[in-house]
Write a protein that binds this ligand. Structure first.
Ligand code: GTP
Ligand code: SPV
Ligand code: MN
Length: 610
């Protein structure tokens, strides 16, 4: 066992609370060595990971990692929020008592890093100097070197972010222990994995994975789950699984900012990195701020302000190509330092590939699927299996995104003009409906959902509800959550407009997407911003204001009349059916504010009278 004090001295890590935290967990996990990580260590750590075979080289100074077969996504069932008050229990947050959860995890982690190095990663989940910086500092301890490399891309990493913090509670204590992945019983009744945020102690303990949100603790665990709790506790802010983008109208010189909550894998990365469609590109410029997390607060000017606490992008690879998301392709180009996880890999050419990268898979020999198996060895039955895992990802920094906003690191954030929600809905939801009332906006967020992907997930036509796209991240009860939203946005004297969008409506006959999606989605946002500023009137419906056909800018877009008609109208019968599902959904949440119920009844009544 290394001399922890000596290592921390050498690294110039002087904060006594952090030192105490590191020493405690070095002792518990039994790590053989301790090492402090700064962003400047990236090149050395990459070399060491390549030498150790943890990473494989991709052409142009990029990298490839493969995770254990049963460790390829966040596990929502194994993720819990723990606090000392049972009133934090929600319907979806897997609440547990703090003391027994911390005790269980301490036992699982005891001795589990024996023989390994424990990397100490001080990080900041905000631009430096932001008004919410007090909630953004953390120290992740991990026994996995590639996790350190991902953290360097996804957050701001360095000792100077934490050295001067005085209070014991002024940084999040985050401990990640990988565990013996082949022997954790993933998906069995004896599953050993446990991912806990002990929110009222600002402590995160994750055991049994080295993948994504399970292991990069600054991202989901701190940036969403812990921050969601801190935001409520302080009554100061909201932390949401939101994208953040800017649209500049070059003709008027005005810039607008939009945040959007879509459930996981429902299009946040794609929308946030999008470009204006070619036909509108001369006039509108879209700027990227963030693709997964935004923190929101009320500024002194009475507006809602936001920033992205992250430093990088951990994006879904599938279907990312020059047409769907040219910005993403550019952000992972040779020289970007990107890390690819669980895509297909060719060790001879050092190239990577995933479904949708090109129309057809590459032809040359030597390709391995995401598990490392040669494609050439596939049996005829296996021939059609995907080469990349459906949740395979790329990791890159925001600075690599070509249309990253110049001010993405500005600590004062940006003012928010619109808050949009969107899920994957095959019918019922029109392209866009604007909502001008705060309670109806929050109600729309609370009834957000995505289509059940497997028949077993739910009844046909019924959504898997994902309130605010925060179902797996809410750190306290849904009722209080809605109240906190009403409180924070309600404090703003100049409130953003709400809207619900849907890029995924399909023709029931042949299943084609009625809306072309991707870059064309900007057209719906432009309408919303014009509606907010009173330039267009829209068409009132019981569920919000829809664009009149003539108001939607369709220059350069070919779309069938029947599709457009379906996208710009509402199906009242399907909506009435949905209202009954919503009633059951909302009734699960004790303490849901009366304003939300009023909004529900208003919409239901309007539909009945329609
Ligand atoms: P997380 O990182 O898991 O939170 O996901 P995300 O919300 O950022 O999702 P992402 O943008 O990566 O999109 C997920 C999938 O939806 C990808 O396979 C996209 O190709 C697809 N997708 C995104 N936007 C559109 C769209 O406008 N139309 C259609 N048809 N598909 C889309
Ligand atoms: C998500 O699953 O919503 C993600 C990826 O953004 S992860 O970091 O794994 O949570
Ligand atoms: Mn996400």
């Amino acid at each position: 066992m290394a001399d922890v004090d000596q290592v921390l001295d050498q690294a110039g890590l002087t904060n006594p609370h952090v030192r105490e935290f590191v020493a405690k967990w070095a002792e518990i996990t039994g790590a053989e060595r301790v090492e402090v990580v700064n962003a400047e260590d990236d090149a050395r750590l990459l070399r060491e990971s390549l030498d150790a075979g943890e990473l494989l080289p991709v052409s142009g100074g990029r990298y490839y990692s493969r995770s254990y077969l049963k460790d390829t996504a966040r596990s929502e069932e194994r993720t819990v929020v723990a606090t000392s008050k049972e009133s934090d229990r929600g319907v979806y947050n897997n609440w547990r008592p703090a003391d027994e959860t911390a005790a269980t995890l301490t036992e699982r982690m005891r001795g589990a890093s024996a023989g390994k190095t424990m990397y100490v990663i001080p990080y900041l989940m905000s631009p430096q100097g932001s008004p919410l910086e007090a909630y953004a500092a953390g120290v992740e301890l991990t026994d996995c070197r590639p996790v350190a490399l991902h953290m360097i891309r996804m957050s701001r990493v360095g000792v100077h972010y934490i050295n001067d913090l005085r209070e014991p509670g002024s940084f999040v204590r985050a401990v990640h222990v990988t565990g013996d992945l082949p022997n954790l019983g993933q998906g069995t009744p004896d599953d050993q994995r446990l991912f806990a945020t002990v929110a009222d102690e600002r402590t995160i303990l994750h055991y049994g994975s080295s993948y994504g949100g399970n292991a990069l603790l600054g991202k989901i665990a701190h940036g969403l789950r812990q921050a969601c709790y801190d935001g409520k506790d302080s009554e100061a802010f909201l932390a949401e699984q939101f994208l953040l983008l800017g649209i500049t109208d070059k003709e008027t010189g005005k810039t607008y900012h939009v945040v959007g909550g879509f459930p996981s894998a429902s299009g946040k990365t794609n929308l946030s990195m999008t470009l204006a469609p070619d036909a509108l590109g001369d006039r509108y410029h879209v700027e990227f701020y963030g693709d997964d997390i935004a923190w929101l607060w009320v500024g002194d000017d009475g507006r809602i302000w936001a920033f992205n606490p992250e430093f990088g992008v951990f994006g879904v690879a599938k279907d990312t190509n020059e047409a769907s998301n040219p910005g993403a392709i550019e952000s992972i180009r040779p020289g970007s330092g990107a890390i690819f996880t669980n895509v297909a890999y060719n060790p001879e050419t050092q190239e990577v590939w995933w479904e949708g990268r090109t129309k057809n898979p590459p032809q040359d020999a030597g390709w391995l699927d995401w598990t490392g198996r040669p494609i050439a060895d596939r049996t005829p039955e296996e021939k059609d299996e995907p080469w990349a895992h459906p949740n395979s990802r790329f990791t890159t920094t925001i600075a690599q995104v070509p249309n990253a906003a110049d001010d993405f690191e500005d600590p004062k954030g940006v003012p928010v003009d619109a808050i949009i929600f969107g899920g994957r809905t095959r019918d019922r939801e029109p392209l866009i409906r604007a909502i001008t009332d705060l309670a109806e906006g929050v109600y729309d967020g609370m009834t957000l959902g995505a289509e059940a992907t497997f028949a077993a997930d739910g009844l046909d036509g019924q959504l898997r509800y994902d309130p605010m796209s925060m179902r797996p991240f809410m750190a306290y009860s849904e009722g209080e959550y809605a109240a906190h939203w009403l409180h924070i946005i309600g404090k703003a004297t100049d409130q953003p407009i709400f809207a619900h969008v849907n890029w995924f409506q399909r023709d029931p006959e042949d299943g084609h997407f009625r809306w072309p999606g991707y870059r064309e989605n900007v057209r719906a946002l432009l309408w919303l911003l014009q509606f907010r500023s009173g330039e267009v009137k829209g068409v009132e419906t019981p569920v919000g204001v829809l664009p009149a056909r003539s108001e939607l800018n369709l220059d350069g877009l070919e779309i069938a009349e029947a599709d457009l008609e379906a996208l710009l109208t509402i199906d009242v019968d399907r909506w009435r059916e949905e209202m009954a599902f919503r009633e059951e959904h909302l009734a699960q949440f004790p303490g849901l504010p009366e304003e939300i119920w009023d909004a529900h009844r208003r919409v239901a009544k309007a539909l009945d009278e329609a």
